[in-house]
Design a protein around this ligand. Structure first.
Ligand code: NI
Length: 226
């Protein structure tokens, strides 16, 4: 699990929230299939609405320009972000995201490798509504701040606990990665982050950095599915 702080600025969050107050909201179950529908109790902004589409496209563009996200997820395709909200008593019980998703209004399908939740509510505005992700090292519980994004493998079991006060607003999306294997993707991310941190260190010889870049790109070349 990775948190990307400040993916959206404070002003951007407020803009998204104001626009989302003007759009139609549907029962979240309308977009859930099978077992997910049984445990999904939330609301979803109508993806067919023009304002919602514009907001989703704005986010898509931003995601592509966020270096940490690109490095961590190595995106090949991104499912158009969906906006959801949880009022008091609403929840999304333990589930796993569908492996194959059809891109709306197309006949294209994509594989979900990486899931991302972008918080649009401040943590002081609601109680409960924790994102709980099962990992090999136990449960991770997170309540991201408005503008922060949580990135996690789509293969993990996860849930949103019931909101007990206020309202929790978020944008979620799924990413098909150039590197499907979670562990390999995480190792490549660590390598890239190490290289990026060395760039800022004074006195690191240029040739050494080039050599590391070379290794990184050759690994991508070897493992990326394009
Ligand atoms: Ni989910």
């Amino acid at each position: 699990m990775l948190i990307i702080p400040g993916l959206l600025s404070r002003e951007e969050v407020l803009h998204f929230r104001a626009r989302l107050q003007t759009v139609p909201w549907l029962d979240g179950r309308s977009t859930a299939l099978g077992m997910s529908a049984d445990v999904k109790r939330n609301q979803q902004a109508d993806a067919a609405n023009a304002t919602v589409r514009t907001l989703a496209n704005t986010l898509l563009a931003r995601y592509g320009e966020t270096p940490t996200l690109v490095s961590a997820a190595l995106p090949q395709r991104i499912f158009p972000p969906c906006f959801n909200r949880y009022g008091i008593g609403e929840t999304y019980g333990l589930h796993v995201d569908g492996a194959i998703m059809r891109i709306p209004d197309t006949s294209d399908v994509m594989r979900s490798d990486v899931s991302m939740t972008l918080a649009l509510s401040d943590t002081e505005e609601y109680d409960g509504g924790e994102l709980v992700i099962a990992t090999d090292f136990g449960e991770q519980r997170v309540r991201p701040r408005a503008g922060d994004a949580v990135v996690y493998p789509s293969s993990s079991l996860h849930q949103v606990t019931p909101v007990t006060r206020g309202e929790r607003l978020a944008a979620i999306c799924w990413i098909q990665s150039l590197v499907a294997d979670t562990q390999l993707r995480q190792t490549l991310f660590s390598l890239d982050q190490s290289i990026q941190s060395l760039i800022d260190v004074e006195g690191v010889p240029r040739e050494q950095l080039d050599a590391l870049h070379h290794v990184y790109h050759n690994l991508i070349r070897q493992f990326a599915l394009v």
